[in-house]
Every structure is written in structure tokens, then in C-alpha cells.
Design a protein. Structure first.
Ligand SMILES: C[S@@+](CC[C@H](N)C(=O)[O-])C[C@H]1O[C@@H](n2cnc3c(N)ncnc32)[C@H](O)[C@@H]1O
Length: 213
């Protein structure tokens, strides 16, 4: 679902930093070879992730939902010199394409890939985080927030993708599990005393939440 007029959307993209060539190739290969390619963040949201990461210059990032690695590479662009990004995905069939592009990139030594179920992997990672990107199974967003909470550094930022879920969050007739879970998640973030949150109508909805000092 487009939340803004297509012409205006095109104008926003045209006035946004160019998509790096390697990411363009990764996007093309994902669309040619991988199932459900619309899951990939893409040019506009990718540049936003990159910019947020560059503003924060995090030492440690956690990404839940690697897919083909597009958003991993965008987030890695802002890492501090000795920083690391941990990224988790349950689907081992994606490893070849992820590694192809991770190994080509200048961030290859800074990316730590975990294959498996996020709810099991998150508690086992021995690190705290400055930036989190939640972009995996929607029904577990709330659980992921609970699991990352003890690992957040002061002023950490949590980015949550797809929080408008094609507009279903306000559709009174929508009562599928993911929609119900996302409504509850958005409410939880808004009411959480330790976060300041803004929900932006970018792409499928992206919220930015800042953890307390
Ligand atoms: C929307 S895609 C991620 C897109 C990617 N962040 C990007 O922007 O290019 C969601 C990913 O979450 C993964 N996933 C789904 N359930 C998961 C789980 N329980 N644990 C870990 N990964 C999971 C899927 O395999 C899929 O690759």
C-alpha cells in the first residue's frame, strides 16, 4: 500500500541520496532470484537506515531479520570504526546471497551473521547495543522488545519496520494475528516509560524509539 501519492513518492526518491551500486545489484538479484522480494528495505528506506546509523555512529547494532542483507549493509555504513553489527535470520537458504554481498563489502569484518530463531539467539549474544532494527516475524515484535531491553545502552535507538502493516492497523475488520500483534506493539512502544517514540508513515511504517539516558 502506498501511503503517499506515487508522483510525490517519486519526487522524494529523486531528491534522496543515490542508492550505492552494490546495493542496487543486491536488490536486482533479490528481485530476480529470491521469494517475496518486496521484503527488502530498498533504496529510500535503505538510505534512511544508513543516515540514522551515520548520525548515531553506533559501536554495536542488532538486526532481527537479515533477509538478503540489504538493510544490514545500509546500517553497517554508520558503524564506528571498531563497531559490529549482529544480524539474525531463521532462513538458511538466504546465507549464500547474504555472504556473497557481505564478503564484497568493506564491512565484511564487522558483520556477524546468526542463522536461527531470533528468540533463542538474542539472549545468547554477549553484547549491548546502541541501535536495533526489528524487521522479522511481526507477531514477535513485542517479545523482541522485551528481549533486547536489558541489552540497550543508554540513548539506544530501536527502529521497528512495517508498523502500519499496509494500513491494516486501523482497519477495524482486520483481525489476523500479525495485525493484532502490531497494534499491541505500537501501543506498548507509545506507552513505554523508557522510550520516546515517533511512528513515521514511511514505506510500510517505521517507528523510531529512543531509550532513556
Ligand atoms: C522483512 S524480512 C527482513 C528484510 C531486511 N531487514 C531488509 O530490510 O532487507 C524478514 C526476515 O525475517 C526472517 N524471520 C522470520 N521469522 C524469524 C524468526 N523467528 N527468527 C529469525 N528470523 C526470522 C525471515 O526469514 C525474513 O528473511
Amino acid at each position: 500500500m502506498e501511503f503517499i501519492d506515487k508522483a510525490l513518492d517519486d519526487y522524494c526518491v529523486a531528491h534522496t541520496q543515490k542508492e550505492p551500486d552494490t546495493l542496487k545489484q543486491l536488490s536486482k538479484e533479490t528481485w530476480q532470484k529470491i521469494l517475496i522480494p518486496r521484503m527488502l528495505s530498498g533504496h529510500f528506506q535503505g538510505r534512511l537506515l544508513s543516515l540514522i546509523s551515520k548520525i548515531l555512529a553506533p559501536k554495536s547494532i542488532l538486526e532481527i531479520g537479515t533477509y538478503t542483507g540489504y538493510s544490514t549493509l545500509c546500517l553497517a555504513e554508520g558503524l564506528a570504526k571498531d563497531g559490529k553489527i549482529h544480524t539474525i535470520d531463521i532462513n538458511e537458504e538466504l546465507v549464500d546471497i547474504q555472504q556473497k554481498y557481505f564478503q564484497k563489502s568493506e564491512y565484511r569484518e564487522q558483520i556477524i551473521s546468526h542463522i536461527g530463531v531470533a528468540r533463542d539467539i538474542i539472549p545468547a549474544i554477549k553484547s549491548n547495543f546502541d541501535l536495533i532494527f526489528i524487521d522479522a516475524d511481526k507477531s514477535n515484535y513485542s517479545l523482541y522488545l522485551d528481549l533486547v531491553l536489558p541489552k540497550l545502552n543508554p540513548k539506544a535507538v530501536v527502529l521497528s519496520d512495517n508498523v502500519l502493516w499496509s494500513g491494516k492497523v486501523i482497519d477495524k475488520k482486520a483481525d489476523d494475528d500479525d495485525t493484532i500483534a502490531l497494534r499491541a506493539y505500537n501501543k506498548k512502544l507509545k506507552e513505554h516509560p523508557d522510550f520516546e517514540t515517533i511512528l513515521l508513515p514511511i514505506r510500510d511504517g517505521l517507528s523510531i524509539s529512543r531509550f532513556k539516558d
